[in-house]
Design a protein around this ligand. Structure first.
Ligand code: ATP
Ligand code: MG
Ligand code: MG
Length: 553
């Protein structure tokens, strides 16, 4: 699946190599360390690091865009690195921080001042807003716009020296207050902020803005193609203006692509933060969250995410991708790799009355029906087994082919059993257990006399089953586009997005299942051992996805 038709960005890159515009491609993934990465970021990671992998000699930088001291934390830096590695990508030596460029950014700002391209403005935030004009009305020049260079330079140096309080002055580019593009109406390049930075501490009390920092960081690193999402298209003229007016080592090309939006969830750090803060989820790594840490804990694999990003492609128009496609991708991957096991989620006891009391047999089960190389294992069988409560109906419905009074079914890897008696609680009528008989001739799944059964059901030995907690996850929202309308998106949180089952039993091979390992519970779905709450002898399983694929190609 490596062979893929080229998207418009890969086409541009191939052309740039063919024409000799570049002989080495450099991309970057530039997260702001102010939160955890989500599935949208995976698209950008797969694109940027993917391009680096596909082109000989190319590389992709991991750059933390850490210019906003008040919102950023080291904890996020670590989790972002961890996520990128988990997705299967490697920045090698190319780890950068925009804050490493604070010195150069400052020098360049003095250059803009000296060449008359930037000035110190003393308007208040409110005044600045009213001077900016609107989409239909041009803005007005700031009264400080024509300050002499020497005065600008002096004020800028004093800003840096900490002489002025926050918010009293800014450095602005001198571009065009009548520009049709609001970003070009003398944008702010530097602001005063007496705040400690997670890497530079108290060295600085002025901080550069994103639109100024980004093109310079790209250029300093020799980035050739600066790929960003569509909302930055209107910022491209400023990106280019900045580099055109500085002695920067090169001029990378900014190219915009569509953000990933995914149905039945939200992909915005701000909104995800609300879900955490309001207690709708247990944290950033709640398995229902579209964060990479949540998705991972849920049991999604890196291969599934990469395949998803391949399939959605890269386009120039925003769209909403169907969650069913993501689910399809993880099924496709786990179907290949996950070992098949038996687990009973809602147990009903079956006593096999003609099976010798105290006898245990070890039956051989295939780990993967299509992949003998994944081996086999032993599953203990005895006189009492649990089956799934819903695999029995006292009065079977029309198309119900599983167990019912007088009916025979196959126990997976074991024998045919026949239901002889239903034992109930006399007071409540609740079914307590079934009494069945087995046919010793049917081991291995077929009867010597050729009689057939229509159903095969899974089971776990009562004497050997391991108690487990199973968490059934569903989509986090009941609405396809929870944040599209007027209503608060949080009102659409799916109340059934988590169902916890406490009385489950799994086969003994799972007693020490490794946190993070993946299984298919036969007939139930794909499950992953929870990495936080699972313990030896008391495993916790997260349902990654059910078996039924709803993706239509
Ligand atoms: P959010 O809007 O969720 O806060 P962000 O864009 O502010 O995300 P950054 O840390 O600045 O988050 O993003 C790092 C990179 O990931 C940027 O290049 C950004 O364009 C890209 N990115 C973020 N969200 C998406 C998305 N939904 N689809 C594709 N790329 C995305
Ligand atoms: Mg951002
Ligand atoms: Mg953002």
């Amino acid at each position: 699946d490596e062979i893929q038709s080229k998207d418009f960005i890969r086409t541009i890159i191939a052309d740039d190599l063919a024409t000799g515009k570049h002989d080495q491609i450099v991309t970057r993934f530039p997260p702001e360390p102010n939160g955890y990465l989500h599935i949208g970021h995976a698209k950008s990671i797969c694109l940027n690091f993917g391009i680096a992998k596909e082109n000989t000699g190319a590389r992709c930088h991991l750059r933390f865009d850490d210019t906003n001291p008040t919102k950023e934390e080291q904890e996020y830096v670590e989790s972002i690195k961890d996520n990128v590695r988990w997705l299967g990508f490697d920045w090698g030596e190319h780890l950068y921080f925009a804050s490493d460029y604070f010195g150069q950014l400052y020098e360049y700002a003095e250059h803009l001042i000296t060449t008359g391209k930037a000035y110190i403005c003393d308007l208040s935030a409110e005044e600045t807003r009213s001077y900016r004009g609107t989409l239909t009305e041009p803005g007005k020049n700031s009264p400080y716009r024509d300050r002499p260079v020497a005065e600008n330079l002096d004020l800028f140096r004093r800003m840096r020296a900490g002489e002025f309080p926050d918010g009293t002055r800014v450095l602005r580019a001198k571009i065009d207050m009548a520009s049709g593009n609001m970003n070009m109406r003398d944008p702010v390049l530097y602001r005063i902020l007496h705040a400690s930075h997670h890497r530079t501490g108290n060295t600085w009390c002025i901080y550069p803005m994103y639109d100024y920092t980004h093109p310079i960081s790209d250029a300093l690193e020799g980035v050739t193609h600066s790929l960003c999402t569509l909302e930055f298209a209107d910022h491209r003229p400023l990106y280019d203006w900045t580099l055109d007016n500085l002695p920067a080592p090169c001029h990378p090309r900014q190219i915009e692509f569509a953000r990933l939006n995914l149905s039945y969830t939200v992909v915005s750090k701000r909104k995800l933060l609300q879900l955490v803060n309001d207690g709708h989820v247990s944290g950033w790594d709640d398995p229902r969250m579209p964060t990479l840490s949540g998705i991972r804990r849920r049991g999604y694999t890196p291969a599934a995410l990469r395949s998803f990003c391949d399939k959605i492609g890269v386009a120039k128009k925003d769209s909403v991708v169907d969650m069913a496609l993501l689910e399809h991708c993880v099924r496709e991957d786990l179907n290949e790799s996950a070992v098949r096991v038996m687990g009973v989620l809602a147990p009903l006891k079956v006593v096999i009355t003609n099976y010798p009391e105290g006898d245990t047999q070890n039956l051989t089960a295939q780990n993967h029906p299509q992949k003998p190389e994944l081996g086999e294992r032993q599953v203990p069988f005895g006189r009492e087994v649990y089956i799934e409560r819903e695999d029995f109906m006292e009065e079977p419905a029309k198309k119900f082919f599983r167990l019912a009074p007088g009916r025979e079914v196959r126990l997976r890897y074991a024998y045919f059993i026949k239901c002889e008696k239903v034992v109930k609680d006399e007071a409540t009528g609740e079914i307590l257990e079934l009494h069945c008989t087995y046919d010793p001739e049917t081991l291995g799944g077929s009867a010597p006399d050729g009689r057939k059964v229509k159903g095969t059901i899974h089971w776990v030995s009562v004497a050997h089953g391991v108690p487990a907690e199973v968490r059934l996850y569903d989509r986090l929202f009941t609405e396809e586009s929870p944040d599209a309308g007027e209503a608060d998106f949080k009102t659409f949180v799916n109340p059934e997005s988590l169902v916890v089952l406490n009385n489950c039993l799994v086969e003994p091979s799972l007693a020490k299942a490794q946190p993070g390992s993946h299984y298919q519970f036969e007939r139930q779905g794909y499950f992953c051992v929870d990495s936080k709450d699972s313990k030896d002898g008391r495993p916790v399983f997260n349902r990654t996805v059910t078996l039924r694929d709803t993706w239509e190609k």
